[in-house]
Design a protein around this ligand. Structure first.
Ligand code: SAH
Length: 216
């Protein structure tokens, strides 16, 4: 029996779901054309890896829909070489996309089992610019700060102060902010003492649970 043609599925996803909806950053499109998303989903879902929706990854968590990962990545406006922090490693897919474009990627995940699994997949593919820590990401990862960009892949009740503090001057924070069931994808920019934020679109994420997020 011939297995699924993941390369072709990936090409169709990039053309239809990403370019078709207006994602135009060449670096983002190139990363999505390269990263094997099927490696980041549970075996039972491999056939669906390139489908247009989130997929369960265990522990009540999900890998986001490809379009949402692309949109959030595009919001960071990466040129390459940046130091990026992600909160909510989950499957590690978003991290792989960032690792293709940026210089160094750090990620914090509160569920140890997911962090370990993501680490295994990322190193088996060969990413050497990724570091994962188990902990409460609402407090960021101070040790490697400041960051050129921070991306939060879980829904927050408001923007955690610690994350703004760990952002470089001129840096961007991309974060879903709102209620427990739906949020607004928000881009926060730090320029000197001024903090501005703009809304991108509505979205639905699992909750960001922690000291500066939702309580458990
Ligand atoms: N970026 C992931 C999707 C993540 S789903 C991917 O590409 O697959 C959201 C993740 O955020 C979940 O794994 C959840 O456990 C994690 N999370 C929720 N609150 C957190 C917190 N305070 N710190 C770190 N991770 C958190």
């Amino acid at each position: 029996m011939i297995g699924p043609n993941f390369q072709e599925m990936r090409r169709l996803m990039v053309e239809g779901q990403l370019k078709g909806r207006g994602v135009s950053d060449e670096k983002v499109l190139a990363a999505f054309s390269k990263v094997p998303r099927e490696r980041f989903v549970p075996e039972d879902y491999q056939q669906n890896a390139y489908d247009d929706y989130p997929i369960p990854i265990g522990n009540n968590q999900t890998i986001s829909q490809p379009y949402m990962v692309a949109l959030m990545t595009e919001c960071l406006a990466l040129k390459g070489e940046e130091r990026i922090l992600e909160i909510g490693t989950g499957s590690g897919y978003q991290m792989a996309i960032l690792a293709e474009i940026a210089g160094e990627v750090y990620s914090v995940e509160r569920i140890e089992e997911l962090a370990k699994y993501a680490e295994t997949v990322l190193s088996s593919i060969g990413y050497e610019n990724c570091r994962i820590k188990v902990g409460d990401g609402t407090l960021g990862w101070e040790e490697n700060s400041p960051y050129d960009g921070i991306i939060v892949t879980a829904g927050a009740p408001n923007v955690p102060k610690s994350l703004i503090e760990q952002l470089k001057d001129g840096g961007r924070l991309v974060i879903p902010v709102g209620g427990g069931f739906s949020q607004v994808l928000t881009v926060v920019e730090k320029k000197g003492k001024s903090i501005t934020s703009r809304d991108i679109c509505g979205c639905v994420f699992v909750p960001l649970i922690g000291k500066e997020g939702w309580s458990d």
